[in-house]
Design a protein around this ligand. Structure first.
Ligand code: OOG
Ligand code: MG
Length: 256
């Protein structure tokens, strides 16, 4: 088995059993970003071969708040499957995760494919709808610590997503107020502008990066634009809600 396959198996199994694993770069400091994306693809392929279905892609590290929180300052993308999707208002089981955190995000629903170098106008024309959303991230690495190649190999920590109501993308969503509440307390506030200045820029970057990986964003795909604020830890018993000005709100609960 070559090292790419071995790493993919380690990360897939860490996610499956909710057990943290040491950073790959601790023993392989030269692990390249290109190889890390191969590990990500193979590890998600393992999920697909167990019956999970691809539903889209996510962007990560598209805001300064996130870059500062984890100490990695380059945008990266990951793959989403149907097993990660949580119904709006539903409960997630804390036990299925290593050390989950939540981030307020914007989700795009695509009505046309998008691939390679596109303009913001072209990206917008391919969007069917936008929604307030949250991503549950759960690094498979010990202490939630990683370098760029580690986090890319680990499918950019993706482990869950919740999507609120879909809105017409014709409305201006460049700078909408965002509030993340846990149990009714405001934990983080921000603006959709935190996502690369405009969430559409994240979609433009997604089209390019996904194409570099030999794939494309397809009609029907969900694209998560990236966390708007720092991501707080989740604990059993919490009710978590994100509200985006003019787009509505989205919530879920955490159980044991
Ligand atoms: C990396 C994933 C970051 C985002 O939205 O910025 C991410 C992490 O923080 O674990 O999903
Ligand atoms: Mg995210």
């Amino acid at each position: 088995m070559d090292k790419i396959e071995r790493y993919a198996e380690i990360l897939d199994s860490a996610a499956l059993h909710a057990r943290a694993t040491p950073q790959l770069t601790h023993t392989d400091p030269d692990l390249s970003v290109a190889d890390a994306y191969l590990v990500q693809k193979l590890s998600v392929d393992r999920r697909l071969s167990r019956g999970e279905r691809r539903i889209g892609v996510k962007m990560g590290l598209t805001s300064r708040a996130k870059m500062l929180q984890v100490g990695v300052d380059e945008v990266a993308w990951g793959r989403l499957t149907d097993a990660m999707l949580l119904e709006e208002g539903a409960s997630m089981s804390r036990a299925r995760f290593v050390h989950p955190r939540v981030e307020p995000e914007v989700a795009f629903l695509m009505k046309a494919p998008l691939s390679g170098k596109v303009t913001a106008m072209e990206a917008l024309a391919a969007v069917e709808a936008i929604a307030p959303a949250m991503e549950i991230i759960d690094s498979r690495y010990e202490n939630f610590k990683f370098a760029l190649s580690d986090v890319i190999a680990d499918n950019t920590s993706s482990s869950g997503l919740v999507i609120g109501q879909w809105n017409d993308p014709a409305k201006d969503f460049s700078n909408l107020g965002v509030i993340l509440e846990i149990d009714g307390h405001v934990i983080e506030v921000g603006s959709t502008a935190a996502i690369l200045g405009h969430p559409l820029r994240s979609l433009v970057a997604a089209a390019r990066l996904v194409a570099e990986g030999g794939e494309e964003i397809s009609a029907g795909d969900i694209v998560m634009a990236g966390g708007i604020t720092a991501a707080p830890n989740l604990a059993p018993g919490q009710t978590v809600r994100t509200t985006i000005q003019g787009l509505g709100s989205v919530m879920f609960q955490v159980e044991d």
